[in-house]
Design a protein around this ligand. Structure first.
Ligand SMILES: N[C@@H](CCC(=O)N[C@@H](CS)C(=O)NCC(=O)O)C(=O)O
Length: 232
Protein backbone atom coordinates (compact mmCIF):
# COMPACT_ATOMS: atom_id res chain seq x y z
CA UNK A 1 0.00 0.00 0.00
CA UNK A 2 1.11 3.55 -0.74
CA UNK A 3 0.98 6.16 2.03
CA UNK A 4 1.34 9.91 1.49
CA UNK A 5 2.03 12.39 4.30
CA UNK A 6 -0.23 15.44 4.52
CA UNK A 7 -0.79 18.22 7.05
CA UNK A 8 -3.49 17.97 9.65
CA UNK A 9 -4.21 21.65 9.22
CA UNK A 10 -3.00 24.52 7.02
CA UNK A 11 -3.96 28.22 6.86
CA UNK A 12 -6.88 29.11 4.56
CA UNK A 13 -4.67 30.56 1.80
CA UNK A 14 -2.85 27.22 1.57
CA UNK A 15 -5.83 24.84 1.71
CA UNK A 16 -5.92 22.95 -1.59
CA UNK A 17 -2.36 24.00 -2.38
CA UNK A 18 -0.30 22.08 0.15
CA UNK A 19 2.05 20.09 -2.03
CA UNK A 20 0.68 16.68 -1.20
CA UNK A 21 -2.20 17.62 -3.56
CA UNK A 22 0.22 16.99 -6.46
CA UNK A 23 0.93 13.51 -5.24
CA UNK A 24 -2.74 12.72 -4.66
CA UNK A 25 -3.46 14.10 -8.15
CA UNK A 26 -0.98 11.90 -10.04
CA UNK A 27 -2.01 8.86 -7.98
CA UNK A 28 -5.64 9.55 -8.89
CA UNK A 29 -4.68 10.01 -12.56
CA UNK A 30 -2.97 6.61 -12.72
CA UNK A 31 -5.61 5.04 -10.50
CA UNK A 32 -3.26 3.75 -7.81
CA UNK A 33 -4.85 3.38 -4.37
CA UNK A 34 -3.23 5.21 -1.45
CA UNK A 35 -3.74 6.22 2.12
CA UNK A 36 -3.07 9.60 3.70
CA UNK A 37 -1.01 9.89 6.88
CA UNK A 38 -1.85 13.20 8.53
CA UNK A 39 1.05 14.69 10.47
CA UNK A 40 1.47 17.61 12.87
CA UNK A 41 4.41 19.99 13.27
CA UNK A 42 6.33 18.09 16.01
CA UNK A 43 6.11 14.91 13.96
CA UNK A 44 7.60 16.63 10.89
CA UNK A 45 10.35 18.13 13.01
CA UNK A 46 11.14 14.87 14.85
CA UNK A 47 14.35 12.99 14.11
CA UNK A 48 12.33 9.94 13.09
CA UNK A 49 10.70 12.01 10.34
CA UNK A 50 13.59 14.10 9.05
CA UNK A 51 16.08 11.31 9.66
CA UNK A 52 14.18 8.64 7.81
CA UNK A 53 11.58 10.26 5.56
CA UNK A 54 12.26 13.87 4.61
CA UNK A 55 15.63 15.46 5.44
CA UNK A 56 14.10 18.96 5.65
CA UNK A 57 11.24 17.98 7.93
CA UNK A 58 8.62 18.73 5.28
CA UNK A 59 5.97 16.95 3.28
CA UNK A 60 4.91 15.24 1.11
CA UNK A 61 6.63 11.88 1.44
CA UNK A 62 5.44 8.79 -0.39
CA UNK A 63 5.98 5.51 1.44
CA UNK A 64 5.37 2.17 -0.17
CA UNK A 65 5.87 -1.38 1.04
CA UNK A 66 9.19 -2.79 -0.15
CA UNK A 67 10.61 0.53 -1.41
CA UNK A 68 12.57 3.36 0.20
CA UNK A 69 10.45 6.44 0.94
CA UNK A 70 10.60 9.22 -1.62
CA UNK A 71 10.30 12.95 -0.97
CA UNK A 72 10.04 16.12 -3.13
CA UNK A 73 6.64 16.49 -4.75
CA UNK A 74 8.19 16.81 -8.22
CA UNK A 75 10.25 13.65 -7.81
CA UNK A 76 7.24 11.73 -6.51
CA UNK A 77 5.02 12.85 -9.41
CA UNK A 78 7.69 11.82 -11.93
CA UNK A 79 8.39 8.52 -10.20
CA UNK A 80 4.72 7.52 -10.09
CA UNK A 81 4.12 8.53 -13.72
CA UNK A 82 7.20 6.68 -14.96
CA UNK A 83 6.41 3.52 -13.02
CA UNK A 84 2.77 3.60 -14.12
CA UNK A 85 3.82 4.38 -17.70
CA UNK A 86 1.14 7.06 -17.82
CA UNK A 87 1.04 10.84 -18.35
CA UNK A 88 4.75 11.13 -19.19
CA UNK A 89 5.41 9.91 -22.75
CA UNK A 90 7.23 6.69 -23.53
CA UNK A 91 10.78 6.16 -22.28
CA UNK A 92 13.42 7.54 -24.63
CA UNK A 93 10.99 9.61 -26.69
CA UNK A 94 11.04 13.38 -27.25
CA UNK A 95 7.70 13.50 -25.38
CA UNK A 96 9.34 12.03 -22.26
CA UNK A 97 12.17 14.56 -22.47
CA UNK A 98 9.72 17.43 -22.95
CA UNK A 99 7.58 16.28 -20.02
CA UNK A 100 10.63 16.16 -17.73
CA UNK A 101 11.76 19.54 -19.03
CA UNK A 102 8.45 21.24 -18.24
CA UNK A 103 8.16 19.73 -14.78
CA UNK A 104 11.64 21.01 -13.91
CA UNK A 105 10.92 24.37 -15.57
CA UNK A 106 7.80 24.73 -13.47
CA UNK A 107 9.62 23.96 -10.23
CA UNK A 108 12.80 25.82 -11.04
CA UNK A 109 11.85 28.74 -13.29
CA UNK A 110 8.21 29.53 -12.56
CA UNK A 111 7.44 28.58 -8.95
CA UNK A 112 10.23 30.68 -7.37
CA UNK A 113 8.95 33.87 -9.02
CA UNK A 114 5.49 33.19 -7.57
CA UNK A 115 6.92 32.49 -4.13
CA UNK A 116 8.56 35.89 -4.16
CA UNK A 117 5.12 37.47 -4.58
CA UNK A 118 3.56 35.13 -2.01
CA UNK A 119 6.25 36.07 0.49
CA UNK A 120 5.42 39.76 0.03
CA UNK A 121 1.67 39.23 0.33
CA UNK A 122 1.51 36.63 3.08
CA UNK A 123 4.67 36.70 5.13
CA UNK A 124 6.19 40.21 5.30
CA UNK A 125 5.03 42.12 8.37
CA UNK A 126 6.80 45.38 7.63
CA UNK A 127 4.45 47.38 5.39
CA UNK A 128 7.14 49.73 4.16
CA UNK A 129 9.44 46.89 3.14
CA UNK A 130 6.54 45.02 1.60
CA UNK A 131 5.42 47.99 -0.51
CA UNK A 132 8.98 48.62 -1.64
CA UNK A 133 9.51 45.02 -2.78
CA UNK A 134 6.09 44.33 -4.30
CA UNK A 135 6.41 46.09 -7.72
CA UNK A 136 9.60 44.28 -8.68
CA UNK A 137 8.49 40.77 -7.73
CA UNK A 138 5.03 41.22 -9.26
CA UNK A 139 6.57 42.44 -12.52
CA UNK A 140 9.03 39.52 -12.61
CA UNK A 141 6.27 36.99 -11.98
CA UNK A 142 3.99 38.50 -14.61
CA UNK A 143 6.79 38.46 -17.18
CA UNK A 144 7.56 34.82 -16.47
CA UNK A 145 3.90 33.85 -16.74
CA UNK A 146 3.54 35.72 -20.05
CA UNK A 147 6.55 33.81 -21.40
CA UNK A 148 5.00 30.56 -20.23
CA UNK A 149 1.82 31.42 -22.09
CA UNK A 150 3.83 32.21 -25.24
CA UNK A 151 5.56 28.84 -24.97
CA UNK A 152 2.22 27.07 -24.68
CA UNK A 153 1.27 28.80 -27.93
CA UNK A 154 -2.43 28.07 -27.67
CA UNK A 155 -2.04 24.30 -27.36
CA UNK A 156 -4.27 22.38 -24.95
CA UNK A 157 -1.29 20.42 -23.58
CA UNK A 158 2.27 21.40 -22.89
CA UNK A 159 3.55 18.16 -24.40
CA UNK A 160 2.21 16.09 -27.30
CA UNK A 161 -1.46 15.33 -27.77
CA UNK A 162 -2.64 14.69 -24.24
CA UNK A 163 -2.38 15.36 -20.52
CA UNK A 164 1.05 14.81 -18.98
CA UNK A 165 2.85 15.56 -15.75
CA UNK A 166 3.92 18.83 -17.43
CA UNK A 167 0.32 20.04 -17.34
CA UNK A 168 -0.14 18.67 -13.82
CA UNK A 169 2.91 20.38 -12.37
CA UNK A 170 2.43 23.70 -14.16
CA UNK A 171 -1.27 23.86 -13.28
CA UNK A 172 -0.43 22.98 -9.68
CA UNK A 173 2.19 25.72 -9.52
CA UNK A 174 -0.14 28.25 -11.16
CA UNK A 175 -2.63 27.84 -8.31
CA UNK A 176 -0.44 30.29 -6.42
CA UNK A 177 -0.51 32.69 -9.38
CA UNK A 178 -4.28 32.47 -9.56
CA UNK A 179 -4.68 33.12 -5.87
CA UNK A 180 -2.37 36.14 -6.17
CA UNK A 181 -4.44 37.45 -9.13
CA UNK A 182 -1.45 37.15 -11.45
CA UNK A 183 -3.46 35.38 -14.15
CA UNK A 184 -6.01 38.19 -14.50
CA UNK A 185 -4.13 39.76 -17.42
CA UNK A 186 -3.52 36.39 -19.08
CA UNK A 187 -7.04 35.14 -19.81
CA UNK A 188 -6.05 32.34 -22.19
CA UNK A 189 -3.55 30.94 -19.69
CA UNK A 190 -6.25 31.27 -17.03
CA UNK A 191 -8.68 29.32 -19.28
CA UNK A 192 -6.11 26.57 -19.78
CA UNK A 193 -5.48 26.51 -16.03
CA UNK A 194 -9.18 26.13 -15.23
CA UNK A 195 -9.54 23.33 -17.79
CA UNK A 196 -6.62 21.33 -16.35
CA UNK A 197 -7.83 21.81 -12.77
CA UNK A 198 -11.29 20.56 -13.78
CA UNK A 199 -9.87 17.06 -14.32
CA UNK A 200 -11.62 14.68 -11.91
CA UNK A 201 -8.28 13.44 -10.56
CA UNK A 202 -7.39 16.95 -9.47
CA UNK A 203 -10.85 17.84 -8.19
CA UNK A 204 -10.78 14.80 -5.90
CA UNK A 205 -7.22 15.54 -4.74
CA UNK A 206 -8.09 19.11 -3.83
CA UNK A 207 -11.42 18.27 -2.21
CA UNK A 208 -9.88 15.53 -0.09
CA UNK A 209 -7.10 17.81 1.12
CA UNK A 210 -9.49 20.65 1.93
CA UNK A 211 -11.84 18.31 3.78
CA UNK A 212 -9.02 17.01 6.00
CA UNK A 213 -7.85 20.54 6.75
CA UNK A 214 -11.43 21.62 7.55
CA UNK A 215 -11.73 18.77 10.05
CA UNK A 216 -8.76 20.14 12.02
CA UNK A 217 -7.70 23.37 13.71
CA UNK A 218 -4.34 25.12 14.20
CA UNK A 219 -4.16 23.49 17.65
CA UNK A 220 -3.99 20.06 15.99
CA UNK A 221 -0.68 21.06 14.36
CA UNK A 222 0.84 21.47 17.88
CA UNK A 223 3.13 24.31 16.83
CA UNK A 224 3.51 25.15 20.53
CA UNK A 225 5.29 21.83 21.12
CA UNK A 226 7.84 22.66 18.39
CA UNK A 227 8.41 26.13 19.84
CA UNK A 228 9.00 24.66 23.31
CA UNK A 229 11.53 22.18 21.97
CA UNK A 230 13.40 24.94 20.12
CA UNK A 231 13.49 27.27 23.15
CA UNK A 232 17.00 27.76 24.69
N1 LIG B 1 10.33 21.22 -2.56
C1 LIG B 1 9.50 20.53 -1.61
C2 LIG B 1 8.85 21.56 -0.74
C3 LIG B 1 8.12 20.92 0.41
C4 LIG B 1 7.39 21.94 1.26
O1 LIG B 1 7.73 23.13 1.28
N2 LIG B 1 6.38 21.44 1.97
C5 LIG B 1 5.63 22.29 2.86
C6 LIG B 1 4.14 22.06 2.61
S1 LIG B 1 3.65 22.60 1.01
C7 LIG B 1 5.93 21.92 4.28
O2 LIG B 1 6.15 20.79 4.60
N3 LIG B 1 5.92 22.92 5.16
C8 LIG B 1 6.12 22.74 6.56
C9 LIG B 1 7.47 23.13 7.00
O3 LIG B 1 8.31 23.51 6.16
O4 LIG B 1 7.70 23.06 8.19
C10 LIG B 1 8.46 19.66 -2.35
O5 LIG B 1 8.05 20.07 -3.44
O6 LIG B 1 8.11 18.59 -1.86
Amino acid sequence: MITVTAMKWAPPFAAGQVRDHRVRWILNEVDWPYEIRLVDAPTMKSSGYYGELQPFGQLPVLQEDGRPPIFESGAIVLDVAMRAGRCIGAEGTPERAAALQWVIAGLNSVEPTLFNVAEVEYFMDDDEARNARRPLVVQQAKERLAMLEDARAGRDWFVGDGFTVADLMLASILKTADRLKLLDELPTLADWHRAILARPAHVKAEQDQKAEIARHTPTDMRYDAVAQEAAP
